[in-house]
Design a protein around this ligand. Structure first.
Ligand code: ARG
Length: 610
């Protein structure tokens, strides 16, 4: 019984004791176990006595005493006491920690898989064709990839979906502009597309009536834009583009070929960035808005026949009981909307992809859109898979990346910061730091080739960017501070990589973990480190449920910190007792593997030397 997680065993023992002490009706009372606030009294504490005291009408200290007189912790707890109003303090027996560490010391590191017949669909990256990726897409890619990797680690099949904005009036506007400019689409660059995008925007804006509509077309919230356009009446530029769109939708081969070239050009650039970032997403993830085009009439039809949509001044709208504003799913001119496409996408993901979880890693400003779309899809039961499982629809909205001035991050030219330029700078800074360190003759990187140093530098730079993005609550804005994020000290990605590399060097010098090493954590610093290691599976499980990678970041940062204190307080290479040294080396090795595994879930590489 001693080879299970000691905290789980304590939890179980306390539940049994509470039931035995207070009888029926006290089955499965949560003992409320927490890490101890004050380590001088114990390693963990149970806070259940306060609530139980209220319920029983007894002083909590008395309740705590009764629980302790009924409990059998076996050999897991070496010492228990009551403090303050009724906290139960528990000190863990080193042998119990050791046994749990041995049990965890397997290739899975204790992480339990929960395979399922269903898939998880993650809507991520989802750029708009003809536009350069900007820093907002970084967030979708990085957060989406970390969540995908974590779910995969837990045995789930994840389908990444790049829901490209490759259809509709904004795309037609650019296409028309390119044709007017006489651009040869066989040699088109993203630069050309971006320029045409801006020109199309400017031209359309020249028409005052259409200006607002155009601004919104390009601002992203398609739904409002199209609503607006409908109310204002089409202006000339938009009308011309719409003509092209109609032809494109009708399958005009020449327009279709041009459109395809535009997509390929955009996606080549996207793929280059995605690859450099180490985000696991390939071209077969692309399923843009155009994929759903021939399903849209059917979507509207389904809402109409089930009585969930009605006609309103020529448009088709869905009403929500709790809101005044309906959602348009077909415009007066017969065109479909961003929302119509998203409804088709939900149905496709539950019905065809068998997804019981659909996660949207999209800017938080699209919250209302997803709320409406989710609610509408539930009206028709489209959130249900073929086997009747109802799917979780979840918009994980992320905040804005800010510059030092607290405004959305811009480059000097005033346009949205190009993602590539930021990544390149981070890599350059990372590489400079790695190269500078390698000058020291005692550095483990001393004498490595430029190529190897470059590879390490790239890992450092990417980790810097990703960690800064992942380490705080995704819904919040964060300030993009290059100096801070590339630092080797502090709550940063490079700090974690460095901790990992240091342990690799240490193990190298020791010649690895000795055969037959047995864990024997004696010193408080060893026990703390051991307990932190034992929490790994729990945090991975937590992230796979809460979908909040920042908990894993926090966990790894604490682990690296505890390792640093351990290393300061306990000699490893100079330990006198070979058994103690063997135990410590095995502990180091486990820390190394947990760091590397955790970093991998966050999408970061962990070089052996730094
Ligand atoms: N292309 C959209 C935009 O840039 C984001 C798409 C998000 N995904 C979705 N299924 N709506 O605003």
């Amino acid at each position: 019984m001693t080879n299970a997680d000691p905290i789980a065993l304590i939890d179980q023992s306390l539940r049994v004791a509470i039931r035995a002490a207070f009888g029926e009706g006290f089955d499965d009372v949560d003992p409320i176990l927490r890490e101890a606030q004050k380590r001088e009294f114990g390693d963990w504490q149970a806070n259940v006595a306060m609530g139980l005291g209220k319920r029983l009408g007894k002083p909590p200290r008395e309740v705590a005493e009764t629980i302790l007189s009924h409990v059998d912790f076996g050999d897991v707890v070496s010492e228990s006491s009551i403090a303050g109003p009724g906290f139960i303090n528990l000190r863990l027996a080193p042998a119990a920690v050791a046994a749990a560490l041995s049990a965890m010391d397997t290739p899975t590191l204790g992480v339990v898989t929960e395979p399922s017949d269903h898939t998880v669909a993650i809507d991520m990256v989802s750029v708009n064709v003809a536009k350069r990726m900007h820093v907002g897409h970084l967030r979708s890619a990085v957060i989406g990839d970390a969540i995908a990797r974590t779910l995969e680690r837990r045995g789930r099949t994840v389908i990444r979906q790049n829901h490209l904005g490759d259809w509709g009036t904004p795309i037609a506007l650019v296409l028309t502009q390119l044709r007017n400019n006489g651009v040869n689409l066989d040699q088109v660059t993203l630069e050309d597309l971006d320029t045409a995008y801006r020109e199309a925007q400017a031209n359309a804006k020249a028409d005052r009536r259409g200006a607002e509509a155009t601004r919104r077309f390009f601002a992203g919230s398609h739904r409002h834009a199209e609503l607006e356009a409908q109310n204002e009446g089409a202006d000339e530029v938009i009308a011309a583009a719409k003509q092209d769109l109609v032809q494109l939708q009708a399958g005009d081969p020449e327009l279709h070929a041009d459109w395809r070239k535009m997509i390929d050009c955009t996606l080549d650039a996207v793929q280059e960035t995605i690859d450099l970032l180490g985000v696991r997403m390939r071209r077969d993830s692309d399923k843009g808005e155009s994929f759903y085009n021939d399903q849209l009439a059917g979507v509207v039809e389904s809402f109409l026949t089930s009585g969930k949509a009605r006609e309103d001044d020529g448009a088709i709208v869905v009403d929500f009981p709790a809101r005044d504003r309906p959602m348009i799913i077909r415009k007066r001119d017969g065109g479909f909307l961003y929302a119509t496409t998203d409804l088709a996408a939900i149905r496709h993901r539950t019905h065809d992809l068998n997804a019981d979880r659909i996660l949207y890693i999209v800017d938080i400003r699209q919250r209302d859109h997803f709320r409406d779309v989710f609610e509408a899809s539930r009206m028709l039961g489209w959130d249900t898979c073929a086997d009747g499982t109802s799917a979780e629809l979840n918009h994980l909205g992320f905040g804005t990346v800010l510059g030092a001035d607290g405004k959305p991050l811009k480059t000097r030219s005033g346009t949205n910061a190009s993602l590539m330029s930021l990544i390149e700078e981070a890599i350059r800074r990372g590489t400079d730091a790695v190269v500078a360190r390698s000058q020291d003759p005692s550095a483990p990187t001393h004498g490595l080739s430029q190529e190897d140093l470059g590879r390490i530098g790239r890992a450092v730079g990417i980790a810097a960017i990703k960690y800064a993005d992942l380490s705080s609550d995704a819904g919040k804005d964060y300030v993009f501070d290059m100096d801070r994020m590339v630092a080797f000290e502090g709550d940063t990605g490079p700090y974690l990589l460095y901790a990992h590399a240091r342990i690799c060097s240490l193990l190298d010098r020791a010649g690895g973990v000795p055969e037959g090493a047995v864990f024997q954590p004696q010193e408080p610093a060893e026990k703390d480190l051991g307990l932190q290691l034992l929490g790994y599976a729990k945090v991975v499980h937590q992230v796979s449920h809460s979908l909040e990678p920042h908990h894993l970041c926090g966990y790894l940062h604490r682990l690296a910190g505890l390792f640093a204190s351990f290393y300061q307080q306990c000699s490893v290479l100079k330990a006198e007792d070979p058994a103690v040294q063997a135990s410590r080396l095995r502990l180091c090795d486990l820390v190394r593997r947990v760091l590397s595994d955790g970093l991998d879930l966050l999408g970061m590489e962990s070089p052996q030397r730094m």
